[in-house]
Structures are given as C-alpha cells and as structure tokens.
Design a protein. Structure first.
Length: 428
C-alpha cells in the first residue's frame, strides 16, 4: 500500500460525504491507497464508494472535547501505507491530490501541506465540479507569500504553516516524530507542534502548489473564543521544547498579548502570520548579531554576561500591487473573518489605479541582553498600545525575563504602521 489517508470525524456526515467523494475520484490506482475514517462513519456513506475505506470506531464521551490528535494517531497506527496523509472531514481535494503527494514523498523525506480555498457562507455543493466555480477566500499563507513576494523556502516561521486540514509525510518519519501530542487542554496547535518537531528533525516543510484543497464553510470558523483559548496550548509547546525562539514568540502568542492584538480591527488570519514572520526574522537577525557581540566580549572579558547594547533592526514594506494578484481589490466577495463578523478587503480602495501603494510597514527591534539557558523558565510580558498621534500605528513592547531571578534576557519593540490605503482595508 502506497498511501493511507486518515480522516478524524464526528457528527459532520454531510461534509464527510463530499470529503470521501473527492478522495474516491482520485487519479491514483484504487488498490494503492486506503482511507481510514476514525470516529463515526454511517454505513450509507461507505457503501457508495469504490475506494478502500476502513472504519476505526471511537466512542466520544458526552463531555469530551473532540480528541482530534488521538483519532489521528489511532489512524496512523492502523495505516498500511508508506505515506500518511491527514485530511479533515470538511476538506475536499482535487483529483490529482494523492498523485502529487506520492510524486514528492516517494522520492524525498518531506512534510507536505496544501493551501486551502475557503468557501463562503451559504455555499451549497451538489457536485464536485461546483467547487471549481465557487467564490472562495484565498488561504492566508498563500496570501502572505503574494503580499511579501516570498517563496515558501524563504519562510522562517514555516512550522506555523502546518495546518492539519491537509498534509502528509512518510509514515516512518511520523513515527520517529512521536506523532500528535494528545494532552492539550484546548482546541488547536497539535498540528503546529507536529510541524515544529519535523522542523527540528531537519525535515523540509514544503507546499504542494499543484493540488487544490477546498475547505467547506462552517460556523466554527468564527468561534473567536475557541481560537483565543488555543494559544494556551502554545504555552505548553514552549514548556515541552525549551526553545529560545519559541520563548521569544510571545510577541504574538501570549494570551494577554493576543487579546490586546485581537481588539484591533485587523484580519487575524493573514496579519497574524505576517507579524509572526516579521518577528522570527527579527529574532534570527538579532540573535546572529548578538552571538557575534557576545563571543567578542567574552574573548576580551570572560566575566561579561552582556550580549550587546545595539539593536538589530529589520523593516518590511508591503506593496498594494503585490497583495492584489487576483484583482481582489475590485471583488466585494473576497472576505476575511474577525470576532464573528465579516470584513471586506479593499473593495473600493485603489479603484482604477494601478500604482504601487504602501500597505503595511512593520519594524522590529530585538535587544538580547544575556543568554537564555536551556532549562530557564521564561516569563514574557507584552504591552500593546495605540500611538496617540496616529490612528494607524500600533506599538508592541515585549520583555523576556528569567522567571526565578527576574533578570531581563531580551527586549523587543515592534511597530506596525498601516497606510491610509490599508486603513480602508481593515475597516470593519
């Protein structure tokens, strides 16, 4: 068996039907892949399919949070394929999906994911062909690459991009990674944790840009409380991995910082990834300079414990012409979500103008004062403020402390300036 597709499922029968129909229509030999549905699977759904479908039952307790990590691990354990592919039950993939994954993973040990196209509220599917003509929201990861003109291999925060709605890897690498962590208390981040483990194992994370992956709309996408609570899981990831980079990512990850950040009228999905990438790049640039300064200082004075007093600064300016590759500025159907509401992307801004306009400028300054030890317990404090002289500028002040002694390890100051054009973009 070449490929095993694992689908965790509970109480979304209508979506599961279309997910399975998409997998049944694959341009890949039927005897070379299997589909494992873990959780619930009504008989009438299985009966209409021609591909191999196996059901692994799981009785969910009435008060139990949907144990998606457990279900995926159960499926992986039973899988017979050399390659594991994880697909959520609300995902429909194009007919070349498995063929494209096999073409890559049969030759190279990689972690593969596919960008999703999110259908809009009210979309009804009657045939797989309906998806080709559906209005959809571009995946924020793909949007970010377009905005910044980045290639996937340039992304420094790539482990944040490993959304489990559709990704795959070799089974032996999955086993070596330890699989999905099953003890998170809140929703989310079990997929990012897995991606981070592959990142640390040195296995390249790669985007399949040939396949199409459609995310069927459902109301939980607007569940702000669930999304906000998920950031508590990131605290747990930091405690498990003891990584300086993860510790410093409190800029966007602490619940306190996120709560303040999310009160601003911004599109969480795309700006979250953009600011995370800005910070990671600033962190690496600052760390590189700090290491040089620290080594130089240590050679001259072995008693010194200071990295450097200099800031390492990194600045990006995003251009409107780059962020609008599909003409979405003139398409009122292109939306993002925030706190259960809808926000319109640039449906009027820039009308009739092809010139390049400033979109967002972010500056990050990192000051590394002393080295962070492997077993340090870290405390991160974040303050988000709106500059009084400008309606479009926000400042993020962060300090990273050694918890026991209170010593400051690092400081980060970031500013985000939104142009008048982008002000129109983020207006609710």
């Amino acid at each position: 068996m070449k490929i095993s597709v694992v689908i965790p499922h509970y109480n979304r029968d209508e979506m599961l039907v279309w997910c399975l129909r998409g997998l049944d229509a694959q341009d890949f030999p039927k005897d070379e892949y299997e589909v494992l549905v873990v959780g619930s699977l009504p008989d009438h759904i299985k009966d209409e399919l021609t591909c191999t479908v196996r059901h692994i039952p799981y009785e969910k307790k009435s008060d139990e949070r949907f144990p998606v990590a457990t279900l995926r691990n159960m499926g992986a354990k039973e899988a017979k394929g050399e390659v594991l592919v994880f697909v959520d039950c609300d995902i429909v993939v194009s007919e070349d999906y498995l063929k494209n994954y096999w073409e890559i993973l049969s030759k190279e040990d990689k972690f593969i994911f596919t960008f999703r196209r999110k259908t809009q509220e009210g979309f009804k599917i009657h045939d797989l062909s309906d998806l080709e003509s559906a209005d959809y929201v571009l995946d924020e990861r793909e949007e970010m690459c377009r905005i910044l003109d980045y290639k996937i291999q340039d992304i420094k925060s790539i482990f944040f991009w490993t959304y489990s709605h559709s990704f795959g890897m070799r089974k032996d690498s999955f086993v070596k990674s330890g699989g999905f962590y099953e003890k998170f208390r809140c929703w989310g981040y079990e997929d990012v944790d897995l991606g981070y483990k592959f990142y640390k194992m040195g296995i390249p994370i790669y985007a399949d840009d040939k396949s199409k992956c459609y995310h069927l709309w459902h109301g939980e996408e607007n569940d702000y409380n669930k999304i906000r609570q998920s950031y508590f899981n990131f605290y747990q990831i930091r405690r498990m991995h003891h990584d300086k980079l993860l510790d410093a990512l409190g800029f966007t990850m602490t619940p306190e910082g996120f709560e303040e950040y999310s009160k601003k009228p911004m599109s969480i999905n795309s700006l979250y990834l953009v600011t995370a990438e800005f910070f990671v790049r600033g962190f690496f640039a600052g760390m590189e300079e700090a290491e040089k300064a620290y080594k130089t200082g240590a050679a001259e004075n072995k008693e010194t414990n200071n990295y450097t007093d200099d800031y390492s600064e990194i600045e990006y300016t995003v251009r409107f012409s780059e962020c609008d590759p599909y003409g979405i500025a003139h398409n009122s159907n292109y939306y993002s979500w925030f706190e259960g509401g809808r926000m319109k992307y640039l449906s009027e801004a820039g009308e009739g103008s092809g010139e390049s306009k400033s979109f967002v400028t972010v500056k990050t300054k990192c000051k590394f004062i002393r080295p962070c030890e492997l077993n340090d317990e870290i405390l991160i404090k974040t303050k988000v403020s709106k500059n009084s002289d400008s309606e479009e500028t926000y400042t993020f002040n962060q300090a990273m402390y050694r918890k026991k002694s209170g010593e400051i390890l690092a400081k980060c100051v970031s500013s985000m300036r939104l142009s008048k054009q982008s002000s129109a973009w983020i207006s609710a």
